[in-house]
Design a protein around this ligand. Structure first.
Ligand SMILES: *Cc1c(COP(=O)(O)O)cnc(C)c1O
Length: 371
């Protein structure tokens, strides 16, 4: 490697993960979720790889994310579901972006946006985020049917989102969703795409699969479960975060390291400086805990993570300026995992990859098809 710091993005892994999860779910459609810059991997690259792996649709949270994908040349069906209070949907309709609808106001705005709005009605089934409340279902469905008959919109889908609290809680939401879908159909709507499951339920809850699954974390090769890792799910982590040792220093025992001296060397030791800090998404909460691999050897970072850098106390291991330091990647290739970093920082692997900062270049790579 030549860059000081970089995130390798394995497009072959993303393709593989899309294909593997689509096959496992057995649904007609697979919706690849590329919000938040593709969970930090780069939305455009992730979208392209997911489509190459057979994804039939893409989804993001914000319309601005969808518009950016269109500007990047993505013309696949594309859904956005989290909107500003005064959103008019004019740009969404003009660009053929499908709109997640969580209220009657949003339905009217979409219908008035000038064109035939393609919408997915989002039903609140228990997560308590956005979504049409059950007491409003019949009014919204009736208006949607009327607007559809008028040619102002087309109800492409009906969807909801699970809490992943327990199989029992998720099944309660599945049943509410089925009631909602039946009510929509009774109102004269014919949504072609009923979708409920994200990665966890796509894998573990067959009755939540319907016509499509919305795959986020699994697309990037990470596990949403505490008890099964990527390999156990047949997934390949797509991001490898690495840097080159920027400086080494030999110090005597008892030497304090980094801010606050929360680490002191036990004996004569070599300290390696790694040019990645919390500005780059290395969590400060993982101070003195986050794992790294240098020349195949495992270490934990020493002392506090700073804004731009952290230190590894490598003892007497021969480490030189320019050596490669891998923070996380595919454990099958010997790297620590994003999940280990999550555990070290008291968070989830989603947050580790999503928060990798803009100073870290994303470098697309391809790997062997069957890794
Ligand atoms: C983020 C998100 C997803 C993807 O969830 P994963 O657990 O990453 O697969 C799916 N649906 C909705 C509504 C989301 O907000």
């Amino acid at each position: 490697m030549t860059a000081m710091r970089e995130a390798l993005i394995d497009l072959t892994a993303i393709e593989h993960n899309a294909r593997a999860l689509h096959r496992l779910a057995g649904t007609r459609e697979l919706i690849a979720v590329v919000k938040a810059d593709g969970y930090g991997h780069g939305a455009l690259a992730a979208a392209g790889a997911a489509l190459a792996g057979g994804a039939t649709r893409l989804a993001v949270a914000d319309l601005a994310e969808a518009v950016a994908l269109r500007a990047g040349g993505i013309d696949a069906p594309l859904l956005a579901w989290l909107h500003a209070p005064d959103e008019t949907f004019a740009q969404a309709v003009a660009q053929g972006i499908e709109i997640g609808i969580s209220s009657l106001d949003q339905l009217f705005a979409a219908a008035a946006a000038g064109g035939v709005a393609r919408v997915h009605l989002k039903l609140e089934t228990g997560l308590a985020r956005n979504g049409i409340a059950p007491q409003d279902w019949s009014a919204v469905f009736a208006e949607a049917a009327r607007l559809e008959a008028d040619g102002a919109l087309r109800v492409e889908g009906v969807f909801s989102h699970l809490s992943n609290t327990s199989a029992e809680d998720d099944r309660v939401q599945v049943r509410r969703f089925e009631v909602g879908v039946a009510a929509a159909q009774a109102a004269g709507l014919q949504p072609r795409v009923r979708h409920l499951a994200a990665t966890a339920a796509a894998i573990d809850l067959p009755e939540a699969r319907f016509d499509a699954v919305r795959i986020g974390i699994g697309l990037y090769g990470l596990s949403p479960f505490d008890d099964r890792d990527s390999a156990a799910l047949g997934l390949r982590p797509a991001m490898t975060l690495r840097a080159r040792v920027a400086a080494v220093r030999r110090v005597p025992g008892g030497h304090g390291v980094s801010y606050g001296y929360v680490h002191r060397t036990e004996d004569d030791s070599t300290l390696a400086l790694v040019p990645l800090g919390y500005a780059d998404g290395v969590p400060r909460q993982a101070s003195a805990a986050g794992p790294v691999s240098i020349a195949g050897e495992r270490f934990r970072l020493a002392g506090r993570v700073a804004m731009d850098q952290f230190v590894v106390d490598v003892g007497d291991h021969p480490v030189s300026v320019g050596d490669e330091v891998v923070l996380f990647g595919d454990p099958a290739a010997g790297a620590p995992s994003a999940t280990e970093w999550a555990e070290a920082a008291g968070t989830i692997n989603y947050e580790i990859v999503t928060r990798i900062g803009p100073r870290v270049p994303r470098v697309p790579v391809r790997s062997a098809e069957d890794g």
